[in-house]
Write a protein that binds this ligand. Structure first.
Ligand code: SAM
Length: 224
């Protein structure tokens, strides 16, 4: 039976892809990719020759019906993003919702995503946590931070290297400079760094550096 399959792809190290993911990508009738050039490199490396088409945040609203109709007509479509799990701070949600609305089967493969290794590696409680992804850059940012002041669960944020220090300083102001946190940079890549400490210590550490790469910030929750 035709379906939509969401396939996680590596967040850095190309070995982090499952055997099942490779098979699904080979067997699908079509692969939807955020950036066909970026994914083309991975697919070539994996020996996957399946037809690709672009699906990203700027066209997803426009093409979601057409894609659902394609699946209804008997095609199995795999969705991948540039890295990690589609739908996690990446396009995916709209298509999943539309497929489910039409009773099209949807399957998501388990696989790489940046926040899980960052959380587990942080040494902060991982039994209960809240995924915040990217905070709004301007409007709504302070409101969100205010709402999180009382959050008792461990908090997970995605951040760009250019805003890391500013964010750590804002977190320090909102949650207190002694709050424990962890910054994971370039997970699974050659220059992976996991730095743990108070928000103040982390801000000082990264202020002295020219921060590069991809980043996850984990912040401990407020004590109950
Ligand atoms: N779909 C992805 C996932 O499942 O994690 C997230 C995509 S989002 C557009 C990209 C953000 O994820 C980066 O800005 C960074 O915050 C985080 N990220 C992705 N790869 C990472 C890595 N190797 N190390 C640390 N953070 C990473």
């Amino acid at each position: 039976m035709s379906k939509l399959i969401l396939v996680p792809t590596p967040i850095g190290n190309l070995e982090d892809i499952t055997l099942r993911a490779i098979r699904i990508l080979k067997e699908a009738d079509l692969i939807l990719a955020e950036d066909t050039r970026t994914s083309g490199v991975l697919l070539k490396h994996l020996g996957v020759g399946t037809l690709m088409r672009s699906y990203h945040q700027h066209n997803e609203h426009k093409v979601v019906d057409e894609i659902a109709e394609k699946i209804e007509s008997g095609k199995t479509i795999a969705l991948i993003s540039d890295a990690g799990t589609p739908g996690i701070s990446d396009p995916g949600f709209l298509l999943v919702r539309e497929c489910l609305r039409r009773n099209i089967p949807v399957e998501t493969l388990p696989g790489p995503t940046a926040f899980v290794p960052a959380l587990v590696n942080s040494g902060l409680p991982s039994d209960r946590f809240v995924f915040e992804g990217f905070l709004p850059q301007k409007k709504g940012r302070q409101t969100r931070l205010n709402e999180l002041k009382e959050e008792t669960r461990t908090m997970i944020f995605y951040e760009s290297p250019f805003r890391l220090v500013k964010s750590l300083e804002q977190f320090s102001e909102a949650f207190g400079k002694e709050r424990q946190a962890s910054v994971s940079r370039e997970l699974s890549k050659m220059f992976e760094e996991n730095k743990r400490g108070t928000l103040e210590e982390l801000a000082t550490h990264f202020k002295a550096k020219n921060v590069k790469g991809e980043i996850v910030i984990i912040v401990g929750g407020c004590e109950e």
